[in-house]
Design a binder for this molecule. Structure first.
Ligand SMILES: Nc1ncnc2c1ncn2[C@@H]1O[C@H](COP(=O)(O)OP(=O)(O)OP(=O)(O)O)[C@@H](O)[C@H]1O
Ligand SMILES: [Mg+2]
Length: 461
């Protein structure tokens, strides 16, 4: 074993990848598997004691490369052998060895013109796919350099294509030394002698395989995520883009039940500021469980009418439970800060005034978010409350919430002209999405998406 291999300890599954002889390796693994750590170790393995060698760590952006890898890489340098560190260029020249540089796939020009011995493409799914064929692959040609693609799945994208290709090549066994590229059925030029090692090898590991995240931690994540997202993020599964029904976790049998207002509970009111119809939901929370008690769906309404309607609905509870002051929390669409559905003040200002006039009968806290979460993130979150990957249901709907139930049973993802899924909901039926949107705004604020485990910040939930 080489000295550098003794200095850097790898987990058993990291070893599996390290020991592969394949020229191009594709590692698909769950979050916190130890992907980046392996990437950095591989950079040192590729350059240590190899004068003149050059290896690159490529992240989706220069900033990401610096944030994720720079400090870590420097801390992995063997202290006994001082290296020349260039902070401006994010490069390290090793004593008696080669050079390692960090690069961002967003800065195309900085990527050209170098002959490389090794390149790691970390978070490959978040890079422009052209980076490989146009820049990195040509740079590896003259030195017959190696490459390691790394990522956590994000659906059927170019990481998936690479993984599939590597898997098919790996299974095929031997291939030609320069059959290195091109997947998807393109003819391969046969050049040179046939090697006994496959050029490509694919690896797929779960987060648990990595041995870094504990079972308990994973169980926590399973409670917070819906099944598909859990499989993607922690089991490294390539889930197809959500298509068809948006709220796939909903079950009329399991999520619909009689929900009665509990005396003294805070009344949660969450609004969508669509006009025709204007929709809101009234809910209560006990610990982690949310019960939707009622919905307010008004045709051709404005915010004031919605406030009045809501106010009427809750008066019965005050009388029944002999309560003086009702505690109300109000949530909803962040766009209500600018929008004026009734011409006068902004939606949120109208609500503020309405409840100010009823001070004494109610204490209203406005919890309007300043921005809305992404639609997919919000829908994923609602699904996780309807049914988590751990099998828990923590969202229940009273049967009188007819429009909300119809939303859960009917709202679909919109398809584009070619029939491909989009990241928007189908709004072709004017009655659909608004009630579930209203509930989603509340849930997104009350239960912020699972504390991000991992380094991928661009698109998570
Ligand atoms: N072989 C190892 N020995 C000790 N610690 C390790 C090892 N591999 C990884 N780690 C530690 O585990 C944590 C996660 O590792 P790393 O960042 O490499 O995972 P990742 O799969 O890249 O995560 P992400 O999904 O966030 O990109 C880090 O704190 C890292 O230092
Ligand atoms: Mg990483």
């Amino acid at each position: 074993m080489r000295e550098i291999e003794l200095l850097l300890s790898l987990t058993p599954r990291q070893w599996d990848v390290h020991l592969s002889q394949a020229r191009f390796r594709v590692l698909v693994a769950g979050r916190r598997f130890g992907k980046t750590q392996l990437a950095l170790a591989e950079l040192l393995f590729a350059t240590w004691g190899r004068p003149g060698s050059l290896a690159w760590y490529v992240a989706p952006s220069y900033r990401q490369a610096k944030r994720i890898a720079w400090t870590r890489l420097k801390s992995m340098l063997p202290p006994a052998a001082p290296a020349a560190i260039n902070e401006t260029d994010l490069s390290i020249r090793l004593p008696l060895g080669g050079e390692i540089a960090l690069r961002g796939a967003d800065q195309y020009d900085s990527l050209r013109g170098n002959g490389l011995d090794f390149a790691v493409l970390d978070e490959f799914a978040s890079m422009k796919p052209e980076v490989w064929p146009e820049v990195i692959r040509p740079a590896l040609a003259d030195r017959r350099g190696r490459a390691l693609f790394i990522g956590t799945p994000q659906g059927h994208d170019h990481l998936y294509d690479r993984f599939q290709f590597a898997q098919s090549q790996g299974l095929a066994g031997a291939s030609t030394p320069d059959s290195s590229d091109e997947f998807a059925g393109r003819a391969r030029a046969v050049a040179g002698p046939v090697s006994t090692v496959a050029d490509w090898q694919a690896f797929q590991f779960t987060t648990l395989d990595g041995g870094i995240v504990s079972k308990e931690e994973l169980a926590g994540a399973a409670r917070e995520l819906d099944e598909r997202l859990y499989r993607q993020e922690f089991e490294a599964s390539f889930e197809g883009t959500a298509f068809g029904l948006a709220y796939h976790a909903f079950s009329r049998e399991e999520n619909v039940r009689r929900c009665e207002y509990r005396a003294g509970a805070r009344i949660l009111w969450s609004l969508d500021f669509n006009v025709h119809p204007m929709c809101s939901v009234i809910a209560q929370r006990q610990g982690d469980t949310v019960e939707v008690l009622d919905e307010v769906v008004l045709d051709n309404a404005n915010t004031l009418l919605a406030c009045e309607s809501f106010w009427q609905r809750i008066q019965g509870w005050r009388g029944k439970h002999n309560m003086g002051t009702l505690q109300i929390e109000i949530y909803g669409d962040a766009s209500g800060h600018q929008r004026r559905t009734s011409g006068a003040g902004t939606d949120w200002n109208l609500i503020r005034e309405f409840f100010a006039q009823r001070y004494g009968q109610s204490t209203a806290h406005i919890r309007a978010a300043t921005s809305n979460p992404g639609v997919r993130d919000r829908v994923n979150l609602v699904n996780s409350r309807l049914l988590s990957a751990a099998g828990e249901r923590r969202l229940f709907i009273d049967p009188k919430c007819r429009q909300l139930i119809l939303d859960f049973e009917r709202v679909c993802w919109r398809a584009d002209e070619l029939g491909q899924p989009t990241t928007e909901l189908d709004k072709s039926d004017r009655m659909r999405t608004h009630t579930s949107d209203a509930l989603g705004y509340y849930l997104a604020q009350a239960f912020p998406p699972y504390a991000k485990i991992g380094e991928r910040h661009d698109r998570i939930f």
